[in-house]
Design a binder for this molecule. Structure first.
Ligand code: MTE
Length: 320
């Protein structure tokens, strides 16, 4: 679906993650935009991106997603769902400067032999970071293709050594109303905070399940979930919880935020499935950010080969 036929003008975006090329292209775009358009909207958009310099990361490139056509950094970082800031998709890019991604620790606890705190600087500097290009599909019907940088969740879980009682993993976003303005509103906020998500143990250990600390060659912009977020590419985007401070291994299925808000419309598994419509809209198609036309949504967002076997025997038409 997202694998597009290469045109003669196509520049592999894999190369764009190379620091110098990425910057050169951006300079070129800025110049071009300034010459062609004096629209304050364009200037404002570019300024918003430029005023938040991000630290470059060293990472290994992988073959994940090779051939997929990337969305631009601008598209992926200015259209966000991050309710701790706002319900409006354009707002997080403007408001997320209150998030302080450093210092930051993630607690790994619960049913593990080796409970621990992981310092984010340690992940950035000592862990073998890799880049993976994944499709990302929101339950609302939009999608994007993003080059994430990070490590597998399995890498972290293996260090913590899950006990035999560990059946699920529960993730929690930082609760700090100074950083996240919508948390100040308490029960009048957009969602019950802190934001919680969960995975079954086999899903958590699947090689696709990724903890991202960066995108497009550099650390995550705050609005995309700095300093560390989950990315589960075969599930609807709300499973990919941002700004994580706790990873807890538990015996019972955790109640995830969107299931808590509306269990008639959102489940725990939330696997991308074009045949199961949302009660209020079809999931058969999606619109990739920046595209005019919609294209067909694929089962498990195109990752059936890697994940379908985990759901054998489950009725996938059911909203779990
Ligand atoms: N995590 C937290 N803590 N708060 C949120 O509001 N929104 C989710 C998910 N993770 C959300 C979150 C939803 S609905 C989506 S679609 C994705 O983040 C959006 O990720 P993006 O902004 O990087 O595209």
């Amino acid at each position: 679906m997202n694998i597009m036929k290469k045109q003669s003008w196509y520049i592999s975006e894999n190369e764009v993650t190379d620091e110098s090329l990425f910057n050169k292209r951006r300079d070129f775009l800025k110049l071009g935009a300034a010459a062609l358009v004096s629209s304050s909207l364009v200037a404002e958009k570019l300024a918003a991106v430029e005023t938040t310099p991000r630290k470059a990361l060293s990472f290994k490139k992988t073959s994940f997603g090779r051939g997929l056509e990337l969305n631009s950094f601008d598209q992926a970082s200015t259209y966000n769902n991050f309710y701790e800031f706002s319900l409006n998709k354009k707002d997080p890019a403007k408001l997320a400067h209150t998030l302080k991604p450093s210092p930051w620790e993630v607690e790994v606890s619960g049913e593990v032999e080796n409970p621990m705190y992981i310092d984010l600087q340690e992940i950035m500097n000592k862990y073998p970071l890799e880049e993976r290009i994944y499709r990302f599909r929101c339950v609302e019907g939009w999608s994007m293709v993003v080059p994430w940088i990070g490590i597998t969740l399995a890498h972290i879980l293996k260090k913590a050594k899950p006990t035999s009682k560990a059946k699920y993993v529960k993730f929690i976003t930082e609760l700090d109303p100074e950083m996240f303005p919508d948390q100040k509103r308490g029960i009048f906020g957009n969602v019950p905070y802190p934001y919680v998500e969960g995975l079954r143990m086999d899903e958590a250990m699947n090689d696709l399940t990724f903890m991202a600390v960066g995108m497009y060659g550099k650390v995550l912009p705050n609005q995309n979930g700095a300093p560390i977020r989950l990315v589960v590419p075969w599930k609807y985007g709300f499973k990919s919880i941002k700004s994580i401070v706790s990873i807890e291994l538990v015996e019972e299925e955790p109640l995830n935020t969107w299931k808590e808000i509306n269990s008639r419309e959102y489940g725990f598994y939330a696997n991308v499935n074009p045949k199961v419509d949302h009660p209020r809209w079809s999931q058969a198609k999606e619109r990739k950010l920046g595209s005019f036309f919609k294209h067909k949504t694929e089962m498990f967002n195109g990752y059936s080969e890697e994940v379908a076997s985990m759901y054998k025997g489950m009725d996938l038409r059911k909203l779990y």
